[in-house]
Ligand binder design. Structure first.
Ligand SMILES: N[C@@H](CCC(=O)N[C@@H](CS)C(=O)NCC(=O)O)C(=O)O
Length: 233
């Protein structure tokens, strides 16, 4: 059994897709990041960067519980644990790992900042909005190039690199980019959305949203981006 600490946003979605693809048993624990639950001491003990997703595998290596944070690290751990969606060794493993890192190092930060400046706080931030929107569009074009030769991002087969990219690419509208400019990426996104496991993960996210919907109030903004975030530790 895996305890999963989640919220109804893009990075936790990746972990739900992985659970549903691999058939792992999991229990969802909602961490409301808009009311500051990510700053509770017991949560910081397993997520020192105050972010979801985090998992605790009750049956980790050697039978002892293990906590893992960072969505890419969690996907890698679960790929190794299940022997699914991550080759155990050889060249293909490193192809998956390199695209997993590209998502974490380039796509995710650019898209996150584009969302902030383009959608949440455009006023007075035109330069930053353009910078991060353009960088997101550039990384989309890198993914588009990769998909010229294969249906999936890292290998001919579906892998955790696709799950990781999916959690972010699906938020393209809020980043101000046009998915029609990268038609292969658009088709890949549809292939992802068509997967039964992705649909089941979506239902879990929507259930969380329905039960815990919290408006982006001034306080929530301070918790996520302002004074409370900076004073979190
Ligand atoms: N690099 C991290 C990013 C995680 C992340 O940004 N999580 C957001 C929700 S999607 C969060 O927990 N924000 C709360 C906060 O920053 O206080 C990952 O891939 O897991």
């Amino acid at each position: 059994m895996i305890d999963a600490y989640l919220w109804y946003t893009g990075n936790p979605r990746k972990i739900l897709v992985m659970f549903e693809e691999t058939g792992l048993d999991y229990e969802v624990h909602v961490v409301n990041i808009r009311t500051g639950e990510q700053f509770a001491d017991d949560f910081l003990a397993i997520s020192p960067n105050n972010k979801v997703p985090v998992i605790v595998d009750r049956d980790g290596p050697g039978g002892a519980p293990l906590s893992v944070f960072e969505s890419g690290a969690i996907l890698e751990y679960l790929g190794d644990k299940t022997g699914q969606l991550l080759p155990p060794d050889g060249a293909a493993r490193y192809k998956v790992i390199e695209w997993l890192h590209l998502v974490a190092a380039n796509l995710s930060p650019a898209l996150g900042q584009a969302h902030y400046f383009v959608t949440e706080f455009p006023e007075g931030n035109e330069h930053a909005a353009a910078r991060f929107r353009d960088e997101t569009a550039r990384v989309f074009r890198v993914l588009e190039g990769q998909l010229a030769e294969r249906d999936w991002i890292a290998m001919p087969e579906y892998s955790i690199a696709d799950i990781s990219a999916y959690g972010r690419v699906r938020g393209w509208k809020n980043a101000g980019v046009q998915i029609d400019e990268t038609p292969r990426l658009k088709d890949w996104l549809q292939r992802m959305e068509d997967r039964p496991a992705v649909k089941r993960a979506h239902a879990v996210i929507e259930d969380m949203r329905a039960q815990h919907a919290t408006p982006m109030s001034e306080e929530a903004h301070s918790i996520l981006y302002g004074e409370r975030q900076m004073a979190g530790r």
